[in-house]
Design a protein around this ligand. Structure first.
Ligand code: PLP
Length: 389
């Protein structure tokens, strides 16, 4: 299998499995128990908290709270920030957010909040002027992503945070789920920052929320006093240990330039050899592992299935859209034409990809595209035979 879908999820690293195993066998206690076994579990959580804090550059470990996933972290950040400022009813976000932010903001619109949706240019870069103009005295929250899950395009969150804090009293939340472990994190102007274990070689089912000291955030899950009384629920110690180990691995083992080289080789090979292929997203300002390419006039889902038959795993835009035919909101916001958006494939690389993975993909892909293009209802248009469609 050639796995080029690391933005959907990642393989759990062997080092992470090794760190977790004792907590799936002999160390099975409840971290809230006062006995020795319970304290052992608590120590493991403390160490993981330190590992997460170190990777993202939090000033204090108490600013890290473990959650069940990135979506929980995003939901909590958004609803919590609003709950602590009940008089303010305005939110600023962007048109290209992941569903974990976009759909919460949509739900909030139906609950009486006003949302300003800031756009992006055709390369996926945020419109900073529009963001600046959107800020108002009643803006409670600004929520933007650091790295786009579909294109990998990076938003300048440090600058955005500065603008937000200079021009408003709003809380600034960053969805950092796709960025952690792939690019350095700078929390200088960030109040809340969401991350998720399974995007960086930790298991699925664990995430964290960074809450800057001084930011008041009511609990989202109410119950016991776990996580400094901020997030109830018996701690998932094996997963938390896994997240800590994954953060340590990301800190120690910087593989990004190799991954970037592989990504560039794949992307250049495709763009040079396949007609009607175009990149979606800023070439320079993006994650080192992500390449989003439209094969215009060809159905992306068909490309995915053909690649899958040959053991190559990719996504159409985003894994979350794989059951709908609507173009992805991100590509629509970037003004990618419908016939290109429908043929978009996200290749997302990771630490276990090899030169051979790229060579094989570059070998099999042109034939797949040629075959599908010939079957496409737009075949004549794409070959230039008819231009009036
Ligand atoms: N935010 C972004 C940018 C994502 O890419 C994802 C997952 O794909 C999430 C949030 C949600 O994270 P999780 O799958 O851990 O709930």
């Amino acid at each position: 299998m050639i796995y080029l879908d690391n933005n959907a999820t990642t393989r759990v690293a062997p080092e992470v499995v090794e760190a977790m195993l004792p907590y799936l066998s002999e160390f099975f206690g409840n971290s809230s128990s006062a006995h020795t076994l319970g304290r052992t579990m608590k120590q493991a959580i403390d160490q993981a908290r330190e590992q997460v804090a170190t990777l993202i550059g939090a000033a204090d470990t108490s600013e890290i709270v473990f959650t069940s996933c990135g979506s929980e972290s995003d939901n909590w950040a958004i609803r919590g920030a609003l709950a602590s400022q009940p008089a303010k009813k305005h939110i600023v976000t962007t048109l290209v957010e992941h569903e974990a932010v976009r759909n919460v903001c949509r739900a909030l619109e139906s609950e009486g909040y006003e949302v300003t949706w800031v756009g992006v240019n055709e390369r996926g870069d945020i419109d900073l002027d529009a963001l600046r103009e959107a800020l108002r005295p009643d803006t409670a929250l600004v929520s933007v992503m650091l790295a786009n899950n579909e294109t990998g395009v990076l938003f300048p969150v440090n600058e955005i945070g500065r603008i937000v804090h200079e021009r408003s009293e709003a809380v600034f939340h960053v969805d950092g789920v796709q960025a952690v472990g792939k690019v350095p994190i700078d929390l200088t102007n960030v109040d809340l920052f969401a991350l998720s274990g399974h995007k960086l070689h930790a298991p699925q089912g664990v995430g964290a929320l960074y809450i800057r000291k001084g930011i008041s955030l009511p609990s989202f899950i109410i119950g016991g006093a776990q996580e400094q009384g901020r997030r109830a629920g018996t701690s998932a110690v094996p997963n938390i240990v896994g997240l800590g180990a994954a953060c340590k691995l990301a800190q120690e083992d910087d593989d990004h330039s190799r991954i970037r080289d592989l990504r560039d080789r794949l992307e250049n090979g495709i763009l040079e050899n396949i007609p009607n292929a175009r990149r979606n997203g800023d070439a320079a300002n993006r994650l080192p592992n992500t390449s989003n390419i439209s094969f215009e006039y060809v159905e992306g889902q068909n490309i995915l299935l053909h690649l899958d038959q040959l053991g190559v795993c990719v996504s159409t835009g985003s894994a979350c859209h794989s059951t709908t035919h609507e173009s992805s909101a991100t590509l629509r916001a970037m003004n990618v034409p419908y016939t290109a958006a429908q043929g978009s494939i996200r290749f997302s690389l990771g630490r276990y990809n090899t030169d051979e993975d790229i060579e094989t993909t570059l070998r099999v892909l042109p034939e797949i595209i040629e075959k599908l293009a010939a079957m496409s209802p737009y075949a004549e248009v794409s070959s230039g035979a008819r231009k009036d469609v």
